[in-house]
Design a protein around this ligand. Structure first.
Ligand SMILES: *Cc1c(COP(=O)(O)O)cnc(C)c1O
Length: 357
């Protein structure tokens, strides 16, 4: 354990309240949390403690001016009972990219991973064991100066909490191709996991839901021609002879699951192209019968199958009989995170017991 982290264990675990067969996503929190403060110069007060509420002043800057970013990652547990973090360094690096864009302080990557190891170790009893379940880890950083006036906050807080989670999306999703609202423009904050991006997506998503779809497929802000991504997922299209996915142009999130899927597909000999993907190309492929699978990738869902895309007033339907690659990717990633599938890329970081608490 990192010697600077102060640790206090919960007196009585709440785990008896958890029904592992029925875990509602996002509502159930494990026993402990990690907290750290940035005082304007440096990070300090590293602490793992029982999960608790934190009082904030009404002028807390995060709420007024939006300096708030987060991450989402997962841990599994192998058959020997060793918790395994999935690509924690990559998540730490992305947290720092988001931080730089939002004028927030970077957090030392090694300390972040040490804190995760210790926190997940302490909450290891909360890690669900079955294939599609995991411990979802939610780091969040926010501005904490008590000040009214637009400038960057000097002080910040980083908090990390754990949520046991079961299978995320059970049903395939229907997507509505955006025709009026945009998520991100070049030069904006689309590549940052900045809280405001999600607030801004809610209203267009609500409208799409009223039309019977589950999520908006975001398009480029200039021409509404090129696909960006979906909700909190990156998107892949499986054509007859290759797989295509939007390239990273600064408007979409550099998804860890996206990167993992690209590497796994290439390792298995598939051609994956990262490029500008136009809805015209997708629609043409569909009418020729060459669009086999469409799926979203993200830590929470891992893979979400898409069964229809609402585009220009009609639906492009996808046939579940073809969903082979997406199912394979889902079982590979879930398997790697559980230590059951060979981890060629050393994505998994075991959480060794380094201290008895
Ligand atoms: C988090 C997120 C993703 C998926 O990223 P992962 O690292 O795979 O979880 C994709 N798009 C958006 C907008 C996101 O917020």
């Amino acid at each position: 354990m990192h010697s600077d982290i102060k640790v206090s264990t919960i007196e009585k675990s709440r785990i008896a309240e958890l029904d592992f067969n029925n875990i509602p996503f996002g509502k159930v929190f494990a026993d402990h949390m990690f907290v750290a403060d940035f005082d304007g110069k440096q990070w300090k007060n590293f602490e793992i403690c029982p999960l608790h509420k934190i009082p904030f002043h009404p002028a807390t800057m995060a709420w007024h001016y939006g300096q708030a970013i987060f991450e989402g990652m997962k841990a599994g547990i192998n058959d020997e009972g060793m918790p395994l973090l999935f690509r924690p360094h990559k998540h730490a690096e992305r947290l720092n990219k988001s931080a730089v864009r939002m004028c927030m302080p970077e957090f030392p990557v090694d300390l972040f991973v040490d804190a995760l190891k210790e926190l997940v170790w302490m909450d290891r009893a909360w890690i669900p064991k079955d294939e599609e379940s995991a411990l979802y880890i939610r780091p969040v950083m926010m501005a904490t100066d008590e000040f009214v006036g637009v400038r960057s906050s000097d002080t910040f807080k980083l908090m990390i909490m754990n949520l046991p989670s079961g299978p995320y999306y059970n049903k395939p999703v229907g997507l509505y191709v955006a025709d009026k609202y945009v998520r991100a423009a070049e030069g904006g904050v689309g590549y940052a996991k900045a809280a405001g991006n999600y607030g801004a997506s809610l209203y267009p998503t609500k409208l799409a839901k009223e039309l019977g779809y589950d999520q908006v497929m975001w398009m480029d802000a200039k021409e509404f021609k090129y696909v960006q991504e979906v909700g909190t997922m990156n998107i892949f299209f499986v054509l007859k002879d290759k797989i295509i996915t939007p390239d990273l142009t600064g408007t979409i999130l550099d998804g860890v699951t996206r990167d993992s899927v690209i590497q796994l597909l290439r390792k298995k000999g598939h051609i994956v192209e990262e490029k500008h993907v136009s809805m015209d190309e997708i629609s043409n492929a569909h009418s020729k019968g060459e669009l086999l699978e469409v799926f979203g990738t993200g830590t929470a869902a891992v893979i979400a199958h898409v069964d229809r895309i609402g585009f220009h007033g009609h639906d492009l339907k996808l046939d579940p009989a073809n969903w082979n690659l997406s199912k394979l990717m889902k079982s590979e990633i879930n398997g790697i995170r559980k230590g059951r599938v060979t981890d060629y890329y050393n994505w998994v970081v075991p959480v060794k017991q380094e201290v008895t608490v």
